[in-house]
Ligand binder design. Structure first.
Ligand code: DGT
Ligand code: CA
Ligand code: CA
Ligand code: ZN
Length: 595
């Protein structure tokens, strides 16, 4: 997460807290400033260093807000926000994650019932005390009770899109130490899981002390949780980061171990045991000379932990310096981290059947993007130029049609879509890349598509997405949209928001079969709030013969680079370039659209 995002997050919290205490108008200006700071292409810390005037160059950031930006960048805190936090000591982020609970409700429930966190909220709902508060009823209690588990889980895990930049920034900072021989991200972050419990960072060094010192000195650390001789933990941007320092000859062993997943590692170790080898975080050891030592009880995680606590380096070391050496010692090719979820990857590796995974560089275009004709923040020209600069060969502009679930008044009316399409083609004619004009139509509750057929027919590309009524089983609804003759892509098929709402339940196999039959691509929406389809669903879709497409749903050019989150999500579903529509060249794309 960039510092822009960090400042924007603080402003959004500011807005929530103001709203909770009943302040009017001001919250909107904080939210608007937050949005513009997030979208600002330059680094906010450089502007802050130039002074308040420079910060005020960002639209919507006036005198009062620019001083808070400077204060935050200089001190890591905003005093007024700290005061608001003290005044209303609630876990705003967690509470507002419960569907139907907004900042205003949080403020009222704190005033009336002293609700500070999810446990308090649950207790109040169970005791039927919420219905006694003016403006609330039994329905609110019901919503709270059905939404609280989701919110609780969500509170414990960060979005990949928030955690990954923390890990990457920290890694760049840590390798600045001369004592660091190697440094890699490990854990779920290296596997690109959609949510992250904590960030794991691994360093190879002969001299851990200066590495630990540099780590705990990171200017963006909100708090150092612990600091030892070879391990330390800190919190940054709300995420816990665990650092471990190991000697270089054990780096590969440690990287394999701490990348996980736990289930992958258990399978891997069992395979090693069959070959009289012992695998632990220190490397691979030949224990064939040691008789029964330790090798009979390593098949479950518990005794494994005991092994490691005993610090066992038994037998003769046969691998440990590199991770590929560790796999090789057990008779396997290196397994890409995204596949390490115990979903058949070890058998595939043993049989030489690992997929040739899609690479970030193989994506040639973006087929779901917006401009300021709907709710985007940039013009057609800016979006096209941005795509060319990003390195894409083609771009589809698919502004929202008007309809339910679309921000009020931002959708393009049917009668205006063809004019818009003409304007897009006009820009396309003088561009270095191929530009397609389309629409993002809504899939209604019955699976109908919200734009007239005679309009859809004349567009280059039609994305249809669910935007409303996003609960319950949506299988028939999505299949109906897939069967619509003009639909090319189903956008964010479940409509989920990670950590916020689960979205539609879908029988992915049935959806994928319909998509394959009808020549419709299923989207992996790369926005880190969505990652929809998920990696698991991509796996099912590909298995059923469907084509997937990786789109950013960009509302501004800066969002094109979110595509990497979609690529790695697709890799978690074992996607190869052949499975992915926008890994095709423009001729291949045209052929698909013409089907
Ligand atoms: P997270 O942080 O919840 O998103 O998921 P991970 O996978 O990053 O898990 P974490 O941070 O607890 O540990 C990192 C890796 O270290 C994990 O994927 C596998 C390995 N590991 C940690 N503790 C154990 C254990 O008790 N047994 C086994 N077999 N592996 C472990
Ligand atoms: Ca972790
Ligand atoms: Ca960890
Ligand atoms: Zn969209």
């Amino acid at each position: 997460m960039s510092r822009n995002d960090e400042v924007a997050d603080r402003f959004e919290e500011f807005a929530d807290r103001l709203e909770a205490t009943g302040v009017e108008y001001k919250p909107q200006s904080y939210r608007r400033a937050a949005e513009n700071i997030r979208a600002h292409p330059g680094a906010i810390e450089s502007l802050a260093a130039e002074g308040q005037d420079a910060v005020e160059g960002i639209e919507g950031v006036g005198d009062a807000l620019s001083s808070k930006v400077v204060e935050y960048v200089e001190t890591g805190e905003i005093e007024e926000l700290e005061e608001l936090r003290a005044e209303l000591p609630v876990d705003m982020a967690a509470l507002t994650r419960v569907e139907g609970v907004g900042p205003k409700t949080v403020g009222t429930l704190y005033d009336e019932l002293g609700v500070e966190d999810l446990d308090d909220l649950e207790a109040a709902a169970e005791a039927e005390r919420i219905r006694e508060v003016k403006g609330f009823g039994a329905k609110t209690e019901e919503n709270v009770l059905s939404g609280i588990e989701f919110a609780r889980q969500a509170s414990q895990r960060s979005l990949l899109g928030d955690a990954r930049p923390v890990g990457e920034d920290l890694r760049r900072y840590i390798v600045g130490s001369e004592a660091v021989a190697e440094c890699e991200l490990a854990g779920s972050l290296r596997r690109w899981r959609e949510t992250i419990g904590d960030v794991d960072l691994l360093v190879a060094s002969e001299d851990p002390e200066p590495v630990i010192e540099r780590f705990v000195d990171w200017e963006r650390a909100e708090r150092v949780i612990e600091s030892g001789t070879t391990k330390a933990s800190l919190r940054a941007n709300g995420v816990r980061v665990d650092l471990r320092v190991v000697v270089p000859e054990e780096f590969g062993g440690a990287l394999q171990y701490f990348t996980g997943s736990r289930d992958h590692n258990i399978g891997f170790r069992n395979r090693a045991i069959d070959r009289d080898l012992k695998v632990n975080e220190y490397g691979v050891f030949d224990v064939s000379e040691l008789g029964s030592d330790g090798s009979s009880d390593v098949s479950d995680g518990v005794s494994e932990v005991e092994d490691i606590e005993a610090g066992q380096r038994v037998g003769e070391r046969v691998a440990g310096e590199t991770e590929s050496g560790v796999y090789e010692a057990v008779g396997l090719p290196w397994v890409p981290p995204e596949l390490r979820e115990d979903s058949g990857e070890l058998a595939a590796a043993a049989d030489g059947d690992l997929p040739d995974l899609l690479d970030e560089s193989e994506v040639r275009g973006d087929l779901h993007t917006h401009t300021d004709a709907s709710d985007g923040k940039a013009t057609i020209e800016e979006m096209v130029a941005g795509a060319a600069e990003f390195g894409h060969d083609y771009l589809a502009i698919t502004d929202h049609a008007s309809g339910p679930g679309v921000v009020a008044d931002t959708g393009v009316e049917d009668d205006d879509l063809l004019d818009h399409s003409e304007a897009i083609h006009e820009v396309g004619e003088s561009a270095d890349i191929d530009v397609f004009a389309g629409v993002e139509a809504n899939i209604d509750a019955e699976g109908g598509v919200s734009v007239r057929d005679d309009v859809l027919e004349r567009l280059d590309i039609v994305v249809a997405s669910p935007h409303s009524g996003l609960d319950g089983d949506g299988t028939q609804r999505i299949i109906a949209a897939i069967e619509h003759p003009e639909v090319d892509i189903v956008g964010h098929p479940t409509g989920r928001y990670l950590n916020q709402r689960a979205g539609l339940e879908l029988d992915f196999e049935a959806v994928a079969e319909a998509a394959a039959t009808n020549g419709v691509a299923l989207e992996v929406n790369a926005n880190p709030r969505r990652l929809d389809l998920s990696g698991g669903a991509v796996g099912t879709a590909i298995e059923a013969g469907a084509t997937v497409v990786i789109d950013t749903d960009a509302h501004r050019p800066a969002s094109y680079d979110l595509v990497r989150y979609g690529v790695h999500t697709a890799r978690r579903g074992w996607a190869e370039a052949d499975d992915v529509l926008n890994a095709r060249d423009v001729e291949g794309l045209r052929a698909f659209l013409a089907e």
